[in-house]
Every structure is written in structure tokens, then in C-alpha cells.
Design a protein around this ligand. Structure first.
Ligand SMILES: *Cc1c(COP(=O)(O)O)cnc(C)c1O
Length: 300
């Protein structure tokens, strides 16, 4: 699997900007999810597990990634989905429909119960119901996922001064921090509100050459504004690079805004990681259509 660094030609600045197209690694196991699953699937095999079980929301990139990776590598897959009301909506939900076509079995749970998903009691109930499984946490972040994300940067990226990526649970940015050079600064752009991320990341990293830029969450996880959608559509028109509304769109909006505000020193070389997530556009467009709001341009 390989991705490449694509130049983004900016005007009126001496900052050079590149994007690492991890979104091109796989059509279904999007961007960073293929990195996060690699060593987990090896571990599941080492433990002779036949089933993968994980958790996610209605449009989760991680859920689809696990369904697709499981299918490719011969595992049964179970998805514990947040929201009991989604049970009857699988066919109208592009993410769940694809995951189901790939063989994933769903268990839909009420939000109050979903909150307890990490408790030993919930795991025990799941084992009673489904038998033995290899558990992958929500969003896929654990030590082995971070190890996989440490392979995103190679010597090719040594020349960059800044590495930027979107942050959900923090596994990907942790891997980037661990594999970055001393000369590099890693900037994470959280896509949700909250202060817990810094602590979560500290559990996985030792370096201090990183920071979180918390001004671009657009009011929270999976929340979008017309300004964000206009930005994503403009960006696609100009550079022919598709961005997703939940992660990479917000991060890229932030990076462009920081460039405008002269955040980066003169002549900085900046690399942004395209972590994928494009499968989520269809589901978001359904929601936007429902609310009679602007659609995200679908690329071909
Ligand atoms: C899951 C995901 C992220 C967040 O990764 P974390 O390791 O949870 O921080 C970023 N971008 C995309 C496209 C994702 O699907």
C-alpha cells in the first residue's frame, strides 16, 4: 500500500503545502483506518480469533473499514451501533448498507447503553451473545493502532517542518508524533469539542513537539456549517482533491486559515495527512438534503 504527496499550489505565500493522499490507499478501508487495523488484525490472527467486534455511529468510517478488512482477511465481523432507531434504516444508510453487504452483523443499542460500551459487564453480555471475539475499541485506537500509524511518515517526509492531521480519538496523531523527526512539529486538529484529547494522546506518546489546534471543530463532532461545505466544494473545484466534512474538511479549513493568519514562519514546509473518510459524504448529503441545506459536491 502506498500513498503519495501531492503539492497544493498556493498563491501569495511562501509556505509550501503538500497533502499525503492516504485516502487513496483503499476504497473502503479509508486512509488512517487501514493503518490502525493492520497490527490489530495480525494480533487477532495470532490469538486464533475468528470474529472481530467493534463499535461506531451511523456513518462511521471505522465500522465500514472493519467490515471490509474482516471480509478481505476472512473474519466474521460484528458492529455495535449507537442508536436503536437505526435498526430499520440500514438500507437508507450508505455506510451501514455497505458494511452489511460485506457481511457485518449489527447490534443496535440505545445511546445510554452505548455509553457503557467499555465496561466489563457490557463485554461479558456481548460474549454471552456472540461468543469469543477480538475487540477493537470505538474509532480503533489502541497501542497496536498507534503502532500502525507510526508507519505513515517515511524518509520522504523528513523535509517537512509541520505535519498536520485531523484528530478524532487521537490514535493517528499519536502515531505521527512518535514517528516524526525532532525538527518537526505535529499539529492535531480536533474535530470535536472537549479537553480530554490531550490526556488521551499523552498515554501514547513521549515527545513534546506537538500541539492541538482547537479552533476548528465547527461546534462538535459531525456538525457542519455552510461555510465549511462551501470551503470543501471550493477546494475540490480548485485542487481536484476531495475532502470529507467530518475530519479532513475541518482540518484543511484550519490549515488554510492558519496560513492566511501567518501562523507558520516564512518558507515553512507543511504536510497535511489526508486520512480519508470520503465514504461518509453520501450519508452527510442525505442529512443535508433532509434539512434543505447545501450539498457536498460528489467527485468521480
Ligand atoms: C477516524 C478518522 C480520523 C480520526 O482518527 P483518530 O485516530 O481517531 O484520531 C481522522 N480522519 C478520518 C478520515 C477518519 O476516518
Amino acid at each position: 500500500m502506498e500513498s503519495y504527496n501531492q503539492k497544493i499550489n498556493l498563491e501569495n505565500t511562501n509556505i509550501s503545502l503538500y497533502i499525503k493522499r492516504e485516502d487513496l490507499l483503499h476504497p473502503l478501508i479509508s486512509g488512517n483506518k487501514i493503518r490502525k487495523l493492520k497490527y490489530n488484525l495480525q494480533q487477532a490472527k495470532n490469538e486464533n480469533k475468528e470474529t472481530l467486534l467493534t463499535f461506531g455511529g451511523a456513518f462511521s468510517n471505522h465500522i465500514l473499514a472493519v467490515a471490509a478488512a474482516g471480509k478481505e482477511q476472512g473474519f466474521k465481523t460484528i458492529g455495535i451501533i449507537r442508536g436503536e432507531e437505526l435498526k430499520d434504516k440500514v438500507l437508507e444508510n450508505p455506510t451501514l448498507k455497505k458494511a452489511s453487504d460485506l457481511g457485518m452483523v449489527f447490534e443496535f443499542v440505545r445511546r445510554e447503553i452505548y455509553k457503557e460500551k467499555s465496561s466489563p459487564e457490557f463485554t461479558r453480555l456481548l460474549t454471552e451473545k456472540f461468543g469469543d471475539f477480538y475487540l477493537i475499541p470505538e474509532g480503533g485506537t489502541n497501542d497496536l493502532a498507534v503502532k500502525g500509524c507510526e508507519e505513515i511518515l517515511t524518509e520522504t517526509e523528513d523535509k517537512f517542518d509541520y505535519i498536520c492531521c485531523a484528530v478524532g480519538t487521537g490514535g493517528t496523531v499519536s502515531g505521527l508524533i512518535n514517528c516524526s523527526k525532532d525538527s518537526q512539529q505535529v499539529l492535531g486538529f480536533p474535530v470535536l469539542k472537549g479537553d480530554f484529547l490531550r490526556e488521551d494522546i499523552c498515554k501514547f506518546v513521549s515527545g513534546t513537539k506537538w500541539d492541538l489546534i482547537t479552533a476548528y471543530h465547527f461546534e462538535g463532532y459531525a456538525k457542519v456549517s455552510e461555510e465549511l461545505i462551501l470551503f470543501i466544494n471550493e477546494f475540490y473545484k480548485k485542487y481536484k482533491i476531495p475532502l470529507d466534512p467530518i475530519y479532513t474538511g475541518k482540518m484543511m479549513f484550519g490549515v488554510m486559515d492558519l496560513i492566511d493568519k501567518n501562523y507558520f514562519p516564512e518558507n515553512s514546509k507543511v504536510l497535511v495527512i489526508h486520512t480519508g473518510g470520503l465514504q461518509g459524504i453520501a450519508g452527510m448529503n442525505n442529512l443535508l438534503k433532509h434539512k434543505k441545506q447545501l450539498q457536498i459536491t460528489i467527485y468521480d
